[in-house]
Design a protein around this ligand. Structure first.
Ligand code: SF4
Length: 379
């Protein structure tokens, strides 16, 4: 991470980018604010809360259930997972040769477990699998891959990577949402497909860096889900090739985060997150500093913002500025380079002369609408 990005986050709580967050950040195209805060690993939910949003909570029941399901699938030498691999991928495993590359396992084996170390180990194991070295693994647990997002290297960890007999690398994702009567929730599957596309791209880039074609990575992802209300695993194949194409386009369109951070004034920095016992004055001082830092970064407010943790802050900011963006992306696009509601109304009422062809078009359209409205009111 560049010095400028580190300076922006200061000592605010961090949270690394995972596949879910990467899939989410590319859905906010052109928003320098979101790009920068993600690249700086700012904990967005904590920041949103400090700025006045309600606390975002994940159900503790769902977390416990998800962890219990994963443990169950992996128990007894991965018996549950292997059954699904055989049934869904035709993976005729006679001998499981798995390597655990989780942070805990790597730390226990090598004494340290930085992202770089784990990503290097993942690449080494991947090469062995692809050249089919004697004794190489056929399953990698928690492999870590590097991926470039807005010009910054991020790391994503897949659940399992399987080397299928036909010679392709297969992403396996263990999710805790249910498959009811063999039919999982389509919205959750679509969400999982967007995340899996991040892993596929990271793995394709890893394979290419090792001299293999990207086609060694399967774009059909295996989702392992709890069957009905049990902890029994069910497998669902999801084709993510269109997600991969879209995500590659979105990633290549992201601005360079370090360059955006370099352009910020030197004093723009988030505060430390106030502790639980902080006084009202300390909280307010931190909120003011956070609002100033976030406000110093250009947003692009629009319809896609509703899923962003900073939605409330950016919406209120947009309304307070009288920005046409607060009226929705379609209206903002129609108004072209007329950026405030006040300017648009002045053009419509003829109180201001248009200075560009776009303003002339806006004046003609809004003026006609206003005349129509007046006729309706009069008649
Ligand atoms: S809510 Fe704000 S930070 Fe999030 S994408 Fe929209 S404009 Fe950007």
């Amino acid at each position: 991470m560049s010095d400028a990005l580190a300076r922006l986050r200061g000592s605010f709580r961090s949270s690394r980018l995972d596949a879910r967050r990467i899939a989410s950040t590319v859905e906010q195209p052109g928003c320098g604010r979101r790009t920068l805060l993600d690249a700086a690993h700012v904990h967005l939910n904590d920041l949103a809360q400090l700025l006045g949003a309600p606390e975002a909570r994940q159900s503790p029941f769902a977390i416990t259930r998800g962890n219990a399901f994963e443990r169950n699938v992996m128990a007894d030498g991965m018996a549950g997972l292997l059954a699904v691999l055989r049934a869904r991928l035709g993976m005729a495993i006679t001998e499981v040769r798995q390597i655990d590359l989780s942070a805990e396992q790597v730390a226990a084996t090598f004494g340290r477990s930085t992202n770089r170390v784990r990503a290097r180990l993942t690449l080494d194991r991947l090469r062995e699998m692809l050249v089919d070295s004697p004794g190489s693994a056929n399953l990698l647990r928690h492999p870590l891959f590097a991926i470039e997002v807005a010009g910054v290297t991020q790391y994503v960890e897949a659940d399992v990577l399987a080397f299928v007999d036909r010679g392709s690398l297969q992403i396996v994702e263990i999710k805790s949402f249910m498959s009811l009567d063999g039919r999982p929730d389509p919205a959750k599957v679509a969400d999982a497909a967007r995340q899996s596309a991040v892993y596929v791209i990271a793995m394709q880039d890893a394979a290419v860096s090792l001299g293999f074609p990207s086609s060694v990575v399967a774009t059909r992802v295996l989702l392992v889900l709890p069957r009905d209300f049990t902890f029994q695993p069910d497998g669902h194949i999801v084709e993510v090739v269109s997600n991969v194409r879209r995500l590659r386009r979105q990633l290549s369109a992201l601005p360079d985060a370090s360059a955006l951070a370099d352009a910020l004034a030197p004093g723009v920095s988030l505060p430390s997150l106030p502790t639980k016992g902080a006084s009202a004055m300390e909280l307010e001082a931190a909120r003011i500093q956070a609002a100033a830092a976030v406000g110093a970064i250009d947003p692009r407010f629009g319809d896609g913002c509703t899923t962003c943790p900073l939605f409330r802050f950016c919406r209120d900011e947009s309304r307070a500025a009288g920005s046409v963006a607060a009226l929705g992306s379609a209206i903002a696009a129609d108004l072209g380079d007329v950026t405030t509601i006040e300017e648009a109304l002045a053009l419509a009422r003829g109180e201001r002369l248009p200075s560009t062809p776009a303003e002339q078009a806006v004046q003609a359209a809004l003026g006609a609408a206003l005349d129509q409205l007046r006729r309706l009111e009069a008649g």
